[in-house]
Ligand binder design. Structure first.
Ligand code: DGL
Length: 420
């Protein structure tokens, strides 16, 4: 069994190495899954590049909203505290949602995290490169600016890919910083100064990776704090329901109730001596349903079996906000922030989404034009000359109607930035 695990680990490491080598071998950035390696030669020009943000889909726009609206620092002195000016006011963002290959949270359940890990490094390569596909037309274009930082807005992608991306960026000697939502979320737990136990709500994949319990424990430990009971609950339905996906017909409140109950039961199983008090919203979509999730815990406490198990007042940790603060600190430390009066090479933010590349031989689609589910989850890594999806500019027609409504109503800064 141990040998099998070691072999599997080795196999996955080799695939990340394949992609690292492929990008190195195509240093002009013309080939698929490659980038122009000279893009950061001029340190002065690097500061003027946009910040890349990626997610498995549109859920990461919650993180972008946090980035666009954060005001936790004085922009001139970099000291903590609001100054009435958004902290990233001068910066511009390039957002990418890998909509065609999502949900990322479900690859682990079918033992395809090897392919997921390759997808995640490909997301980073896309942001680093100039190559993107036009909305219409059979050839890629090379006019997208590279980025100076990568924010992994997806919890599942951070769980499975943060280390791979850091390893790749170091191997390519590319001077960009990489920030993931999980470390920031763990720091958010530390800063929330909760007194009870901790519960993590996330996708099935994020929970299977155990990244949150591990990172929270090491973050609290490093700060000299004792680590309380940490329970987790992975949901295969809540993110879809929040997006208004027709495959999840019940209300968000109903799915939230189911997950809250399951989390509380998982917490009980750990035989805790204090109530469950801090809830980590460990999936991009969950901050949008914070009210429903909190209401679910309040309803649970009406039942005798849960009254003493769940704290009367819960603290919610939104890793998106913590990520925005982390990015500010990292950019300042790396001296990559734009100085007063300076401008990004982009006038306004850019948005991209992946779609099936129907002309690729062997690709299989479902009735609605998306990648066939069995096809999607049976792919294997290492086929770097094969592009069954392509990254195109995001237009309103590409966002499912329910999701567009969600963005318009709940993420106003993003909506404005989309130019709607
Ligand atoms: N963005 C994912 C996350 O934060 C949720 C959606 C998915 O499974 O792709 O984990």
């Amino acid at each position: 069994m141990k040998i099998l695990t070691a072999l599997l680990l080795l196999a996955t490491a080799v695939h990340a190495a394949d992609l690292i080598e492929h990008a190195r071998a195509h240093a002009d950035g013309k080939a698929a899954f490659s980038f122009d390696a000279r893009a950061w030669n001029d340190a002065e020009a690097t500061r003027h590049l946009p910040i890349g943000v990626f997610d498995s889909g549109i859920g990461g726009l919650t993180v972008l909203e946090a980035l666009l609206t954060l005001d936790a620092f004085h922009n001139d002195t970099l000291q903590p505290g609001a100054d009435g000016v958004p902290d990233f006011a001068q910066e511009r963002f390039t957002y990418f949602g890998d909509q065609a290959n999502m949900p990322y949270g479900n690859y682990s359940a079918v033992n395809r995290t090897d392919y997921l890990r390759e997808l995640i490094v490909k997301d980073a390569v896309f942001l680093l490169g100039r190559r993107a596909w036009p909305a219409k037309g059979g050839e890629p274009k090379y006019d997208k600016p590279p980025v100076k930082a990568i924010v992994i807005a997806c919890n599942t992608a951070t769980a499975y890919g943060l280390e791979d991306i850091r390893k790749a960026v170091a191997a390519w000697k590319v001077p960009v910083i990489v920030v993931g939502v999980v470390e920031a979320g763990a720091r958010g737990v530390l800063e929330s100064k909760g007194t009870g136990g901790i519960g993590v709500l996330a996708t099935v994949g994020t929970c299977a990776s155990k990244v949150y319990p591990r990172t929270i424990a090491s973050t609290l430990g490093r700060a000299g704090q004792s680590v309380p009971v940490i329970a987790q609950q992975g949901s295969a339905t809540l993110a879809g329901a929040i997006e208004g996906d027709a495959a999840f017909p019940d209300s968000v409140s109903a799915y939230a109730m189911k997950e809250a109950r399951a989390l509380a039961e998982a917490y009980r199983a750990e035989k805790p001596s204090v109530p469950l008090q801090t809830i980590v919203l460990g999936c991009t979509h969950y901050p949008l349903a914070k009210e429903e999730i909190d209401t679910a815990f309040t309803a649970l406490r009406q039942e005798d079996a849960f009254r003493d198990l769940v704290a009367e007042h819960r603290t919610f940790v939104n890793p998106a906000e913590a990520t925005a603060r982390e990015l500010f600190r990292e950019l300042a430390q790396a001296k990559l922030r734009l100085k007063p009066g300076e401008k990004c090479v982009l006038e306004r933010g850019l948005f991209y989404l992946s779609v099936p590349r129907v002309e690729e031989v062997g690709i299989q689609l479902s009735g609605d034009g998306s990648l066939d589910k069995d096809y999607k989850y049976s792919r294997s890594p290492g086929h770097l000359d094969f592009e069954d999806t392509k990254n195109v500019p995001l237009t309103t027609e590409l966002i499912p109607a329910n999701s567009a409504k969600l963005v318009r109503e709940r993420l106003p800064a993003v909506w404005k930035s989309l130019g709607r």
